[in-house]
Design a protein around this ligand. Structure first.
Ligand code: F0G
Length: 351
């Protein structure tokens, strides 16, 4: 069957008219990969699956929400959209706006956006405005623009974003045949944990499946939900989740509590170690923020939180190629040889 993107695939679950013409880049339908090597490495008793959202058209899970938000904006005859972003939302908004033929404005924290994401927003043709401030300040400005103009906000405070992102839960249940017992993911502005939980709950209401416990992970330097206080100056190597006052804070806490789950934090060094481990054991290159889902899982394994009956899905939210600088930092650099066979063989050190 021809795959036509998340709107066509899950239209009956989405608040869009039946005859809608989707603005789509054929997002979704991403790989759910069983991670046996990683399981052995972590000495985890449970099954582990990685949902690689970096395989989406702009390299992150944002595309699932953006196809719905931009399609709705076009239905409403919007001429322009705007978002605040730590990078991925801006890349996705810019791409889908380009496809729709409407304008995109993006407001970014200066100097804190991974180079690949900034390049994406620019090449897709968005008007990029950097501020001397953090994501939370950018989102405050964007909310004001939304209130004062006709420009449509496409951050996850736009409910159509959440609607689109919930389709990842549907795919997981369809792939596994059941819901996992646990779902682990990074938490930044807290839209995605809200969306996954909504997806699982709606699928249960329709098809009577079980529900997973939701496990959310913030970075230690940007952990407002864990500490139950706003972080005025959030800081982490995982710039995608460098957020001190998440817009969907309440919904994330509700997802945690309704599911009997946890929201915890992982340190930058745990995040980087997990990123390398996922790459070297499973051949998947995700960005640092994404790896917090596995870093968090690792911590819970150490607490003997899981049993052999559990199945855990970790969402790898974004592609590592977006942030090559962070990946290359602190890693063994390439070896150097003269352009002759003997030198290369020597370095290969086969014996
Ligand atoms: N992982 C990645 C790669 C992200 O880009 C984000 C959020 C998250 C996780 C957290 O998801 O915000 O729904 O809790 N990025 C937003 C952005 C904030 O602007 O690209 P969340």
């Amino acid at each position: 069957m021809k795959y036509s993107g998340v709107i066509t695939r899950y239209l009956e679950h989405l608040p869009l008219p039946k005859d809608v013409e989707p603005v789509t880049l054929l997002e979704g339908n991403t790989p759910l990969i069983e991670a046996d090597n990683l399981r052995r490495e972590l000495k985890a008793p449970c099954k582990i699956f990685l949902k690689f959202e970096g395989a989406n058209p702009t390299g992150s899970f944002k595309d699932r929400g953006m196809t719905v938000a931009i399609t709705k904006a076009v239905l409403d005859k919007a001429e322009a959209v705007i978002c605040a972003s730590t990078g991925n939302t801006s890349a996705s908004a810019a791409a889908y706006a380009a496809k729709a033929g409407i304008k995109a404005f993006v407001v970014l924290p200066k100097g804190k956006i991974a180079i690949g994401k900034l390049a994406q927003a620019l090449i897709y043709g968005a008007k990029v405005i950097e501020i001397d401030g953090n994501f939370d300040e950018a989102l405050t400005i964007v909310r004001e623009v939304g209130a004062k103009t006709k420009v449509v906000i496409v951050n996850s405070i736009n409910p159509y974003r959440i609607e689109g992102q919930k389709t990842a839960s549907f795919e997981i249940i369809e792939n596994l045949g059941v819901a996992p017992t646990h779902h682990s993911l990074p938490v930044g502005n807290a839209g995605n944990i809200t969306a996954y939980w909504k997806g699982y709950v709606e699928w249960k209401e329709k098809h009577g499946t079980t529900l997973p416990r939701m496990l959310g992970f913030q970075a230690e330097g940007a952990a407002p939900i864990v500490h139950n206080r706003i972080f005025e100056h959030p800081e982490t190597v995982a710039t995608a989740i460098r957020i001190g006052n998440p817009a969907s804070w309440k919904q994330a806490v509700q997802a945690r509590d309704d599911s009997g789950g946890r929201i915890e934090m992982t340190s930058d060094s745990e995040i980087i170690a997990a990123q390398r481990l996922i790459a070297s054991t499973e051949g998947i290159f995700c960005e640092p923020a994404s790896a917090s889902s596995v870093a968090g899982l690792r911590k819970l394994v150490a607490e003997s939180y899981f049993t052999g009956k559990d199945t855990v899905v970790c969402t790898l939210t974004g592609n590592g190629l977006k942030d090559p600088d962070t990946a290359a930092r602190g890693i063994t650099p390439p070896l150097s040889a003269k352009p002759v066979l003997a030198d290369v063989l020597k370095l290969m050190d086969l014996n």
